[in-house]
Ligand binder design. Structure first.
Ligand SMILES: [Mg+2]
Length: 362
């Protein structure tokens, strides 16, 4: 089926509460670009990408001005072909950055369109492993006082979560450790705990932190150093005692190959909205599998559950603070701490464009 129309909409969505992570700082909103692709039978597929606020229009313009011409009148099921055409067209100025975000929205829309045509949910079309994947609450809470993060953890547990993430990167490591200790004492030993430092530290600080955190039995320490310091990640993992998660700031399959080659990661963490869509996400998941590593997702949980449901090495889906549950028809279902990939076709939900209208930027 030929592609007949490509529509692009961009939004800057307000967050209910400003949240802070070390690298990004205080965030009051997030940017989102939604792509709608229509085939010659008038069937539509949807994809989206997410980024920090106020960058959505530049991402949308790449799709409108450059990719639309490539897509129109081409077979919509030639996803690899189209992915590579889009990549080659923009890699010189946008390689691994804006190109990966822009292609992600288009690629996801193409997978959604083809899955809807076949009347299959993506998790079955991509491999059909297990629709049930352990979920964790991906709290962004560096700016919150300790009392508030403990209250939020209580709410997470009441909502059924059995795994919770908190942020690190306060003014001193001593303060970070005290916050982790308070959290561990609050939630007990049966709730799993992760900590995300969002690039807060130098390598020597990260090694020290990794070893000091050992007594709190973290599932992982996430992104403690700069994302593309692959050699540093290898050293951190060999000298530190806490398992390492990383990948949300890697934007190509090749970057994941380097991180794994340098033995820098225990939990590869791609994000389909930043690594180029469903197509590279699944390649990264298989790369991890070939290296006997699990795969976890960052952000965009309503779509990621469909991808992780296809992967035998799926370990956790992050339920991210940049949620879109208020703007879609069928938010991700959770049962007893596990997320469940729906059996509705494609990504499993439709966007509520009327509700999103208030945030439209272009
Ligand atoms: Mg993170």
């Amino acid at each position: 089926m030929k592609i007949k129309k490509v529509e692009v909409k961009s939004y800057c969505v307000d967050l209910p509460t400003p949240v802070k992570a070390y690298a990004a700082g205080l965030m009051t909103n997030f940017g989102m670009v939604i792509v709608e692709i229509t085939d010659e039978n008038n069937l539509k597929g949807y994809g989206y990408t997410v980024m920090h606020g106020e960058q959505q229009d530049s991402i949308a313009s790449i799709i409108k001005n450059t990719y639309s011409k490539i897509l129109i009148d081409t077979d919509s099921d030639r996803i690899e072909y189209l992915w590579n055409l889009m990549w080659r067209k923009t890699h010189y100025a946008g390689r691994g950055g804006s190109a990966s975000f822009s292609i992600a929205a288009v690629d996801t829309a193409l997978w959604d369109l083809n899955a809807r045509r076949l009347n299959l949910p993506l998790w079955r079309l991509l491999g059909g492993n297990d629709p049930k994947v352990k979920a964790y609450a991906g709290n962004i809470d560096l700016n919150f006082p300790i009392e508030k993060i403990l209250d939020n953890a209580t709410k997470n547990i009441e909502d059924g979560y059995k795994a919770i993430k908190m942020r690190l990167g306060r003014d001193s490591l001593k303060e970070d450790i005290a916050r982790v200790e308070a959290m561990r004492n609050h939630i007990g030993d049966d709730i799993e705990l992760m900590a995300d430092a969002n690039e807060a530290w130098r390598l020597d600080q990260a090694i020290k932190a990794s070893n000091m955190l050992n007594e709190f039995n973290l599932i992982w320490l996430e992104e403690p150093i700069k994302p593309d310091d692959f050699i540093g990640y290898g050293q951190l993992r060999s000298k530190g005692k806490t398992s390492i998660a990383a990948g949300e700031n890697l934007h190509t399959l090749q970057e994941f190959q380097l991180l794994i080659y340098f033995k820098g990661v225990d939990f590869p963490e791609p994000d389909l909205t930043s690594c180029g869509g469903v197509t590279p996400f699944m390649k990264i998941a298989r790369l991890a599998e070939a290296n006997n590593l699990p795969i976890i997702s960052h952000g965009a949980h309503d779509v990621h559950i469909q991808l992780l449901g296809a992967c035998p090495n799926a370990a956790y889906v992050e339920v991210h603070a940049f949620g879109i549950e208020n703007y879609i028809s069928h938010p991700m279902e959770m049962v007893d701490g596990y997320a469940i990939a729906s059996d509705r076709p494609g990504i499993g939900f439709d966007f509520n464009f009327d509700k999103l209208k208030q945030y439209e930027t272009k």
